[in-house]
Write a protein that binds this ligand. Structure first.
Ligand code: ZN
Length: 394
């Protein structure tokens, strides 16, 4: 469907400290085309073997980040046309170390349509990363490409679920219990037919109902708890408490990176520590950026002073802060690699470093700054600078 980006067919990366995300020690990695061919302490190639050779001595090699929540077309619009947030560009994504995105619509499904979202994902895939989408938006009836969520999931390769369906929010469609049941059932069956996760990605607003609509779905239907992924659960201490209880019962939860602009309390690092301390298994937690959504910036008295745009870099910044505040690298990495890849049903190709998997990997320096980014075997970022830019990027 998408043209393979031109790249030297073989790349040999030597001497990296590999976190796959589990620590594997010092290794060489051989990339063949878009795939990881081999990881071993020493890989010898014949001298006349045509390959790009790259020393990663003193660097960490980790899986490319998987971001399950990106407004690829821009979100916002809730404060009138001037508040429509801009589209994201390829190099913003790759510079943040993200090699797989899942795109979505937000409040506005009038001027942003699922067809355009799908086309944007196809563009990013043609430019070299991996891009998927959710059908739907905040609203009901669901915005879909084919007219049916089930058909979108069964027939469109890039569609992996539905979202972000808004609950407990003044901007939602105020979905009834029966409507939420129907959405979850369509996602489950469509996912089965298409061999997808059929993930139900729920935007949880600041309303007092919190996670209750989701908990009732789990209590009163046969749909497994693992079908759902509520996000923004670090919005308030009370919502985080609820999310921790949900995760302890077997649910998955997604935290939103705060970056410079978002005023969520607690911080991501506090939320992760609190969840782990309460006995939530690490594999049930993921972190996403909410990039290119609009974010109100408040002054000290809580008044909106301007609208900012969510930045995908906030994912990397908050992730790095997790490690700075004491979470071991091997525990911090799954939150942005293996865990989201599993939620999206992409773990056979994404989210870890192993032979046969897609060659999506980052080389990080000792301060965890992004030095080099490979997406599907192609070097997208080198020494922190984008080497490949989007079609219309200057
Ligand atoms: Zn949201």
């Amino acid at each position: 469907m998408t043209p393979r980006p031109p790249a030297p067919f073989f790349t040999l990366i030597t001497g990296a400290e590999v976190y796959a995300p589990e620590p594997l020690g010092r290794n060489d990695l051989l990339l063949a085309g878009e795939t990881i061919a081999r990881i071993a302490p020493r890989i010898e190639l014949p001298r006349d073997f045509a390959a790009r050779r790259l020393s990663a001595a003193g660097k960490y090699a980790v899986p490319g980040f998987v971001d399950l929540h990106v407004h690829l077309l821009g979100g916002g619009g809730e404060a009138g046309p001037a508040s429509r947030a801009p589209e994201i560009t390829l190099s913003r994504i790759t510079r943040a170390g993200v090699t797989t995105v899942v795109g979505l619509l937000g409040t506005d499904d009038v001027t942003r349509r699922p067809e355009s979202l799908l086309a944007k994902a196809m563009q990013l895939a043609a430019e070299g990363i991996s891009a998927f989408v959710y059908s739907g938006s905040y609203q009901l009836p669901l915005a879909t490409v084919t007219g049916s969520l089930r058909k979108d999931l069964a027939l469109l390769p890039a569609v992996i679920g539905v979202g972000e369906v808004a609950i407990s929010d003044h901007r939602s469609s105020q979905p009834t219990f029966e409507e939420l049941c129907r959405i979850a059932a369509e996602a489950r069956v469509g996912g089965m037919l298409g061999g997808k996760a059929g993930l139900v990605h729920l935007h949880v607003g600041a309303g007092p109902r919190g996670l209750e609509p989701l908990r009732r779905l789990v209590r009163e239907t046969e749909i497994p708890i693992g079908q759902f992924l509520p996000t923004h659960v670090n919005r308030t201490p009370a919502l985080l408490e609820e999310a921790i209880a949900f995760a302890r019962e077997g649910g998955f939860i997604d935290l939103t990176a705060r970056g410079r602009n978002l005023n969520f309390r607690p911080t991501v690092a506090e939320a992760v520590q609190q969840a782990l301390a309460a006995g939530v298994p690490l594999e049930r937690i993921s972190l996403s950026s909410d990039s290119n959504g609009s974010m109100p910036v408040f002054d000290a008295r809580g008044r909106v002073v301007r609208l900012a745009v969510g930045e995908i870099e906030s994912l990397t910044e908050d992730w790095r802060r997790l490690v700075a505040e004491g979470l071991p690298l091997a525990q911090a990495l799954p939150l942005v690699t293996a865990n989201p890849a599993r939620r999206a049903g992409l773990f056979d190709r994404k989210g870890s470093l192993a032979p046969g998997k897609d060659a999506d990997l980052l080389l990080l320096d000792r301060k965890l700054a992004i030095d080099t980014v490979f997406a599907r075997g192609r070097c997208m970022v080198e020494r922190g600078k984008p080497r490949v830019k989007g079609t219309f990027e200057a």
